[in-house]
Design a protein around this ligand. Sequence first.
Ligand code: BEZ
Ligand code: FE
Length: 309
Amino acid sequence: MSGTVIDTQEVKQLLTRVAGLNQAGGDERLKRIVHRVATDLCRTIEDFDVSPTEFWTAVSYVTRLGQANEVGLLVPGLGVETFLDLLMDEKERRAGLEGGTPRTIEGPLYVAGAPLSKGKARLDQDPEQGEVLFVDGQVRDTEGKPVPGAIVDVWHANTKGGYSFFDPSQSAYNLRRRIETDAEGHYRFRSILPSGYGCPPNGMTQQLLTALGRHGNRPAHIHFFVEAPGYRKLTTQINISDDPYLHDDFAFATREGLIPDLVRHTDPDEIKARGLNEPFATIRFDFELNREAAALPEAVVMRDHAKAA
Ligand code: BEZ
Ligand code: FE
C-alpha cells in the first residue's frame, strides 16, 4: 500500500462529517476538538497497525474501566491530571502571578460536606491502631498577612491506605474535616499517620499499569482545599516525607515545596503533655494563598464529587 489511508480524501471527508464540520449547528469548538481526537485515534490505529481484535479489546477495556468507576483513577495514573496542573501553573505565570503554595492534583477520592469546625478538629473518628499525628499551620497571603476565616478542607487515607465513603468499613467522613482558620489564620488537627493508597490490585487501572510495567502505589499524603473570599482556591497535598514511594508516585503528585518535615516525638514528658502514652508525630505546614484577580484563569475546578448521606 502506498501512502496512508488517513490522508485520503475519503477519510478526510469521513472525519469532517464525524465532527459535524460540514454542517451548521452545534458547538464549533467541540466540533474542532472531536475532529482532532477522532483524527488522532485513526492515525494511531494506522501508524501502529492496530488490528480490529486489538481495537475491540481496547473498547472492552474502556467499557469495563467505566463500569468499575475507575476512570478518575486512570486519568492521574496517565499523568493527565498533573498535566492540567502544569498548564494552569504556566497560564498563571504568563498572567504575572508568582508565589503561593504549589498546587497538586485533587485525585478521585474527595467527598463534599465534611463536618466544619473552628480553629481545630480531630479527624480520626474511627478507632484505629495508628501513630498519632498532629498537624498545624497558618494560612497567609503572599505578603505574609494571616488569612482568618479561611476554610481548610482536609482528607486522607487510614493506616491501610483506604478512604472513607469509598471504603465501606469506615464511617462517613472518617479522616475528613473542614477547619475554619482562627483570627490569626491558624488551623490545627489531630489524626493518625496515613498509609499510601494503592490501586485495587485486580482492578482495570492496575491491569493497564501492569501491562506498562508500572506499579499503582502512591506515597502517604494528606489532601487539602484551602479557600477564602478574595483568594484563589488552592488544591494541594502534603507528603509524609519518609514514605518509600515519595518520588515514585503512580499519580505524579509529589512536588517541591509539599514535603514538610515529619517530626517524631519520643520524649516521655512531651508524650504526657499531649495526653498520650505512645510516641507521636507532628507536621507544621503553612499555606500561602494568591489573591484573586480578573486577568487570571479560573482556579475553581468544577468536578463531580461524592457526598456522604
Ligand atoms: C489519591 O489521592 O489517593 C489518589 C489520587 C489519584 C489516583 C488514585 C488515588
Ligand atoms: Fe489521596
